[in-house]
Design a protein. Sequence first.
Lengths: 385, 460, 342
Amino acid sequence: MKEYTKQIHRCFRCGYCKFPSDYSDFNCPSYARFRFDTYSTSGRLWLIYAWLKGEIEWSEHLAEILYTCTTCKNCVEQCPMKFASDIVDWIVAARSDTMEKEKGRIPPAVSSFLEDVYRLGNPLKERGRRDAWANGIKRYETGDEYLLYVGCLGSYDESGQRMARSVATLLSKAGISFGILGNEENCCGNEVYLLGENELFRMLAEKNVQKFKELGVKKVVTLSPHAYNTIRNNYPLVSNAYFEVYHYTQLLRGLLRENKIKPSGHNAKVTYHDPCFLGRYNQIYDEPREILQSIPGVELVEMERSRENSFCCGGGSGNFVTDLLAGSKESPSRIRVREAYETGADILAVACPSCMTMFQDAIKVEELEDKLTVKDISQVVAESL
Amino acid sequence: MIDIYNSLAGIVGEQYVSNHKEERYFYGRDPGLTPPHEPDYVVMPETPEEVQQIVKLANKEKIPIVPKGGGLALTGLVVPQKGGIVIDMKRMGKILGVNEKSRYVIVEGGVTHGMLQNYLKKHHPKLRHSIPDSPAIATVVGNAVIHGQGRLTQQYGFNSDMVSGLEVVLPTGEICRIGSCSISSQHWFSKGAPWPDLSGLFLGWFGTTGIITKLGLRLYPCKKMRDVMVFLTDKIELVPDIVLKLTHTEMAEDIVLNEQPLPPRMKGNIYILTIITGDSDEELDFKRKIIWDALWDIFESRDGGFLSVPADMKPPLLEMPSRDVVRFADVKKGGGFEYSGPIIPLEKYPEFITKQKELVSKYNLSYSATSRVIAGGHCMMYAFAFTFNRADDDEMDRIRKALREAAQFTVEQGGMMWKPTIEEQEMIMEKMDPNTLNIMKKIKELLDPNGIMNPGNWEA
Amino acid sequence: MLQLNFDPAKCAVCKTQDCLVKCQYLRLDKDKAKTEMQKIINGEDSFVLHDCATCYACEEYCKMGNHPFYLIVERQEEKGILPAPRSVATMWVNQCEPRGRFTVGKVEERALSFCSIPIFPFWVTGKLFDGIASSYIMGEEFFCNAVFLHYAKMSVIKDRLPKAIENIKNLGIKELICLHDECYGTFNSLAPAYGIEVPFKTTHYFEYLHNKLKELKDEIKPLNVKVAYQRPCSNRLSPKTQHFVDDIFNLIGAHRVKREYVGENALCCGEVIRMGQGYKIADDVQKRNMDDMVNAGAEYCVFNCPMCYLSIGDKVTKRGLKPIHIIDLCKMAIDEKPRPEV
């Protein structure tokens, strides 16, 4: 973590981090929202360096700049320098560092997010049972092939719950052996990690790993790409237990290829939004597309910014709760739904409950409810059966 | 005492004005070696009318204004020397239209080169513009205002020569149109000729005479294919002749020269890259042969030759903009480079290379000598480029000294410093014909009587 | 001081003067060939030294094993005759200069050599390289240096090759599988020609592939494709390895089309000729070569050397042929994906 202090001055503020590969538009969500150069990656890196040198003092505004990064990794993808792959790690390390040194003077919404995860086990201020949505879904027992990891949005958010049910139903239909942890499930910690709260992340990860080990879990399939990302890539940092981790679209593609699920038809024009934690973080671009294209009647149209150039929904780093990028027609989720609408698609397909909730709100504000529907991929498949 | 912050917020909306330390810090610096000077406010207008209101306010209250695009000149031209208001133009990002028959585009003051390139590829694939090697965030207006150069400069001159009309907010707040658009808002095909060319009052003045809110830019034929030919020579004195022969063919798009010690394969030679374009393989083959034939004598004498470049090594050489250019900043793992890029006559190239090597040795520096041929060889841009680690104060200081000496050398040789720093501007003005200098002074006083426009620059 | 094992007496009794008679570029008759060769032996000037295309073929043509090409290179350097522009030679000398960068994997007694070609690590994947892919060496420290034969720089070879061999030996390598044909040629022809000892076994990657394919015989699905083989200049230094091409093709069901420019009559990729002699000769060589492939009905142009592949892969595509390296062709035969496009 301290390594970042020796490297962060290498940013040349060339600005490639603001763009996608073809320079069609601005692709950094916080820059697109706020438009001051300080809200782009180069601004952030220069200001962190200035803070390290004591040239500027910590302030509410600096905190806002630091925490409005959604850690979408567009900058990692676009930066031409050798250190590109480290950039988001530097920002996360700076968050940890400033949290420690500035005695937690972080944006109140972020504070609140972390406290809620700590005290309630989820950032959504929910106090009820995690499995209240899950009537009829089997609990995981030792010997089941997959643990279906539902996550906080899947457990408590209305559209997240619909996603969870739809995925669970499809897996059951296909005869997959799986179960959920129900009320014993804990927050995966992806956002906590990205917000720089290392101790809390470690605690969550260790708790989950302990639970998985107790139950003899070997394979985990997640609803959310956030959970996929953190269990697969960050849990090994705190524990040497090994699990095979999948996102549900990877399984679903396999099931369709093996004809265990047979969609009959769904006439719709669909555009797919690549979520950051599947796409740029883990290079999973084809599986969701193959799923959609295997449904007779579905016409898949791409948005201009797709795959590694996908424009973040603005929900990462806890922003799907903290909403630090809200309040403007240039909020990332609004920009993105307008882009989806321009493709002429009826359905904006997502593979992430965070994107789902961000886009549903945005569609309302943009008054596109009659023209564009957000659906999770599993729902599109389910509706085609 | 008027509340400037609230006045600015009243013009652009509160979310687009800042007097926070963070914005002042960042906008008070650039990636080069210029010492920081922080503004008091940063503001981001969306329309020419908003710009106008800001300028009127600044004029009334005698507050300095600095219009800023990408801020990538690297010579501190938009570092506000006297505080005041930095106007970040990038919210004025609309491409207003393309005239395909007369081949020009009209852009707002904050349109980036990257977005213009994308727009043309998508909507007008037979047209292209002269894109510089600066990062894609560089603005069309900013680049034109500093007489930038790009991929079409070898054929058609400085990027400012390609301007075909302007809309300017004068320092006193009036908006006026320059060129053919001054009598017809629909026609932006000329920046001045055949009448008195008033564009010269704004291009090259670094914002000291007005803020450009719209710009017409000539577009050129975009062919389907591009290829690069790499000619190497180890004889510096042959370079002007090689360039003369290349430009005589009239076959080249861009001609760029590189001399640098790293990577190892580049050591000891001067690399001359000639880019050719064509709509067919036959066209490219023809151009290749003409160019080969033009340099045949030198090839036969063994004093120079073409390097066969494997297919996978061509894309970085052809890329637009070239990302390799910014990678130079990380050679010392320190995020910095700056260069002095004088415009010089072709025949002076050997002296400048010799001078660069002298400076490198004297100050122990990592360098790259890049040059671009301008307008068929009437002159060239020669870059004394040095890379530094921004955490190494001593190295930055040595480079400042080297650049100062490079500038002095340029003046002695009769070269023209391009996008000169404040210090270099002073050197130029000292050497300039006093009557010429006087014209510059008069123009500035006439257009900017209160001296609010990017003060410190071109101050005679 | 390393000396070339050249014996003038062998040339004196040579009946055919094949070295220069068979030369595809100079086309001399026997008498002219004898005269010019004698001049070269004597250390006199000869147009041969100026017009040599550096295609290496005379090393193969000479049935006496008397190294006519290496002698030509020695004489060129002695006389300051440049077969290519000076700056191009300088580029190679600087690019390949060892700088203490040892790029090695988990080197065992049996190791792969990637020469100095960064494409190779992408190719050595899958079952064909199972168990050996991580045991490799790459880079300037291990570079064979044979490329300097094209630039009259035998002195650079004499300086750097022994050190490269030393570096390989010091890693404890007992068998080096040469993925670059030119390395194999260097260790088996060039090094012995100068009395440079090679203290490890060298295996041509053709042989390695052939053995591996035999092991995986049950997994091979014959490709049933028509192929033309692009023989590189360096293979002239190890002509005995040519049969492996047919052995491999036979195993994988690649049908070699009947060509004019094949075996001893093969044409090189032409790009070194372009840099040395100019575009007219190079274009002619490449056109005849590709016309030959196309007219013989080839679907694929199969490469041995990655430098040939990078040089003319695009041109071959434009002629309607599919360029492929032999490693990737073998992968196709066992239903594995060829390397991702660089």
